[in-house]
Design a protein around this ligand. Structure first.
Ligand SMILES: [Zn+2]
Ligand SMILES: [Zn+2]
Ligand SMILES: [Zn+2]
Length: 256
């Protein structure tokens, strides 16, 4: 059994964005199903729970200490790690391993006072890690901090989780072409732009990555209120491209 679930699909400000009254933010205030928390996900297997980033601030309401197997971090921007800060003071003997990119700075005092978390040596890019019930391969991304995505594999089923990034490094692109995912989850913070944003994909750059890597389905995540408003006002997506939403689950052999 493996289940991948989006916990959050929003960018750093989330949707609704505080103080904003655009159509997407107003809709999200009226309809909680339209809200987007910080981009993050969870993998559930019979062995327990693996977090993909920890930007949700109330993680303790969602998971017990006992079921938490590990944390896989893409990078140390606050919207991806802030949920670890209260959890680290847990009253427990066991340590929870944290797989991280090669970023010597980390976030605030997390390295100095990790509490229950054990920050492992940095992940080796392109080297698959076998957790027994599934495997992950860290893949370098292009962002303002050292950032890695993950290719998650169970048997022949593959899901690539690639956020935050603008475009892809050549080696990561070549790796994905040689190990083609079934599902591609990709940073797409902005609607189509003439020039892409500096640290995140817009829809044009997300679609070109999808075409270059060739997965069956593309799921957009790290979404801003601007992309939501664009979609609400009639912006359309090609067949096979979907906007993820908080709570959505994907699993091998099942269509969402
Ligand atoms: Zn982010
Ligand atoms: Zn807004
Ligand atoms: Zn970031």
């Amino acid at each position: 059994m493996l289940e991948f679930q989006f916990m959050g699909t929003g960018n750093a400000g989330g949707v609704p964005l505080w103080g904003c009254h655009c159509p997407a933010c107003d809709l999200a205030r009226r309809d909680p199903t339209q809200r987007r928390q910080s981009a993050s996900a969870v993998i559930r297997t019979n062995d327990g729970v693996s977090l993909l980033d920890a930007g949700i601030t109330e993680l303790a309401d969602h998971f017990s200490f006992e079921e938490m197997e590990r944390v896989l971090l893409t990078h140390f921007h606050m919207d991806h790690v802030q949920g670890l800060f209260p959890l680290r003071w847990a009253e427990c003997e066991r340590k929870i391993p944290v797989y991280r990119p090669d970023d010597p700075v980390g976030a605030d005092d997390l390295y100095k006072h990790p509490g229950v978390f054990e920050f492992l040596p940095p992940c080796d890019p392109f080297r698959e890690i076998d957790f027994g019930d599934f495997c992950v391969t860290p893949l370098p991304l292009i962002h303002s901090r050292v950032t890695q995505g993950f290719l998650i594999r169970k048997g022949n089923w593959r899901l690539a989780y690639l956020t935050d990034t603008v475009g892809l490094p050549d080696r990561t692109l070549a790796y994905l072409q040689a190990n083609q995912p079934d599902e591609l989850v990709l940073d797409c913070s902005e609607p189509p732009r003439d020039t892409p944003p500096r640290n995140h994909n817009d829809l044009n750059s997300a679609l070109s990555i999808w075409h270059e890597t060739g997965p069956r389905r593309l799921w957009l995540t790290h979404i801003s209120h601007r992309l939501d408003t664009w979609l609400q006002q009639g912006g359309s997506l090609p067949e096979g491209v979907f906007v993820a939403h908080d709570g959505l689950t994907l699993s091998p052999g099942h269509d969402a």
